[in-house]
Design a protein around this ligand. Structure first.
Ligand SMILES: Cc1cc2nc3c(=O)[nH]c(=O)nc-3n(C[C@H](O)[C@H](O)[C@H](O)COP(=O)(O)OP(=O)(O)OC[C@H]3O[C@@H](n4cnc5c(N)ncnc54)[C@H](O)[C@@H]3O)c2cc1C
Length: 503
């Protein structure tokens, strides 16, 4: 969208028959509709700005509903408090008071603290990072002292909240990065803040509707979208990307953008000799996010007892996270349930529901679970959780079901190691230590998606795409607005502004 808006001729090559990748739509012949992956739409502002740069209004393409309550948290596997998280600060304080009144009183300070933090960190999230030298930029130097790198997210929250359950209310969001709050950097307290300050939204039709709207706008801007076209490799002249090979045929381009999952695609698409900083060995040894087991259920009936989003946290939540870190299935799983018909009847046939269940589990790199053999046990565990959440006869109501395990993420959706949230976001793998938006070891090759800066999650990925598009446009001398990012690295400018290719 952005490159075409700036005058590039863009071809998009997608290996599958649909757009959206992990954000694609799943639909059954009976009319059950699911998001494959993302269901929480946060911080629409970035996408609104991107649409505006293309002369469009996001609101004309996607109807967003702000949720209130934004989600329900059920503690201790159902035995603990049930909290309806709301962006209304007074009501939220009353909810927290049911856990600990002193924690409730700390809410305004937590929000004010993170408002300041986000303001400090926004410039960092909006710029590229090519090397450690970028840490010396004035905006970065201003923010770094507030990073408190020695504190995990949980430790950071201890500065505000006493009860571990209150801390979980504001830290389970590290799961959006596929990380444990006990390991994830404290900086990511801004994630829960974003929800309370800027909202949790449901796009009508699901998050997949956003991806589909983007494809429509891109096509309108002149992007040629080719579905079912897997890229075999990216071609180079020396270190410089100059096209791709698809079905044995070379397509020339002045620049190439790679969106495919990093661990999956880099070894296949880019010769190892051209990536000394991201060799196959380094990619194998990197740290990756957790994976997920998914169960998509088309179910007869509507379930008012289930709000739009429910998060069921195991009593032994921390122990479960440790097992996930070892590549295992937690003994006592936590679960997320999406019941979108609570807001949007278009997601299922009348009188029916499309339920999406997500259980965080270990990835394929860290463990050796036989995922094919585990399927019946996983199904039984997930359905038992739905019974605990108030649907005793779930089994009899199922009209459609599909399970996705870490193995399926890898095999069917091209997600390296099934690590659904990409490279982990620890301090050793963020900022200049993450593969660069302008892929450092080559020229005219750019990365977008969860594997580059700033990282995983939809709004963050949109921001990363904006950075990459800005760098590419600067390098090729495309006309139009210069987007925030690094100054041009002095790469040789290649011919006329022509084709950026998103693979
Ligand atoms: C279960 C789940 C729940 C999530 N929940 C949320 C949420 O609620 N909110 C949120 O913000 N984020 C959420 N996320 C994270 C978010 O979905 C991801 O961060 C994001 O969608 C990843 O986008 P991406 O562009 O990096 O990768 P992808 O969406 O996987 O895109 C890569 C694309 O490249 C294609 N491809 C791969 N190889 C080739 C090739 N050789 N040639 C051509 N094409 C190729 C793939 O088919 C795919 O379309 C969730 C993720 C998952 C999996």
């Amino acid at each position: 969208m952005l490159l075409a808006a700036r005058g590039a001729r863009v071809s998009l090559l997608e290996k599958d028959g649909v757009v959206g990748g992990r954000s694609r739509r799943l639909e059954t012949p009976e009319g059950y509709r699911f998001d494959l992956g993302p269901t929480f739409f946060l911080y629409p502002r970035i996408l609104e700005e991107i649409f505006a740069e293309c002369g469009e209004r996001l609101a004309d393409h996607v109807r967003l509903t702000r949720l209130d309550p934004q989600y329900r948290l059920v503690f201790d596997g159902g035995a603990g408090p049930v909290i309806d998280a709301t962006p209304d600060a007074a009501r939220m304080a009353a909810e927290i008071a049911r856990i600990d009144p002193r924690d409730a009183a700390a809410l305004p300070r937590f929000l004010a603290d993170n408002r300041r933090r986000l303001a400090l960190f926004r410039p960092i999230l909006e710029r590229g990072f090519a090397s450690a030298a970028d840490l010396l930029a004035p905006q970065v130097l201003r923010a770094l002292p507030h990073l408190r790198p020695h504190l995990s997210l949980d430790a950071e929250l201890k500065r505000h909240f006493r009860d571990p359950r209150t801390r979980l209310l504001f830290s389970f969001q590290s799961k959006y990065l596929g990380m444990s709050p006990f390991r994830c950097p404290g900086l990511f307290s801004i994630l829960s803040f974003l929800e309370y300050e800027h909202g949790v939204f449901h796009p009508e039709g699901g998050c997949n509707a956003v991806a589909e709207a983007m494809a429509r706008v891109a096509a309108k801007q002149g992007v040629a979208i080719h579905l079912g076209q897997p890229v075999d490799r990216i071609t180079f002249q020396g270190r410089r990307a100059n096209g791709v090979v698809v079905n044995g045929e070379k397509i020339e381009a002045d620049a190439v953008v790679m969106n495919a999952d990093l661990a999956h695609a880099l070894p296949k698409l880019v010769p190892e000799a051209l990536r000394p900083r991201w060799t196959d060995r380094k990619l194998q040894a990197a740290r990756y996010s957790c994976s997920t087991v998914m169960l998509y259920l088309g179910v007869e009936g509507r379930f008012p007892q289930l709000p739009h989003h429910t998060i069921l946290l195991a009593e032994q939540y921390r122990q479960g996270l440790e097992q996930i870190g070892l590549g295992k299935i937690p003994d006592e799983p936590s679960l997320y349930v999406h019941n979108p018909v609570a807001t949007d009847p278009s997601m299922a046939p009348p009188g029916h529901s499309s339920l999406y269940l997500l259980m965080p589990v270990g990835n394929l790199r860290d463990g050796d679970v036989d995922w094919a053999a585990a399927r019946p046990r996983l199904r039984a565990t997930l359905l038992a959780q739905l019974v605990a959440l108030g649907i005793p006869d779930i089994e009899a109501r199922i009209r459609h079901e599909r399970m996705v395990t870490p193995l399926d993420w890898q095999e069917d959706f091209a997600v390296g190691y099934g690590a659904t949230f990409n490279l982990a976001h620890d301090l050793g793998q963020i900022l200049h230590r993450r593969p660069g938006n302008r892929f450092g070891d080559t020229e005219h090759l750019y990365l977008v998606g969860g594997g580059t800066h700033p990282g995983s999650g939809l709004p963050v990925i949109y921001e990363g795409a904006r950075i990459s598009a800005g760098l590419l446009a600067d390098d090729l001398g495309l006309p139009g607005k210069a987007l925030p990012g690094l100054p041009s690295g002095g790469l040789p400018s290649g011919g006329l502004p022509g084709g950026g290719i998103a693979a």
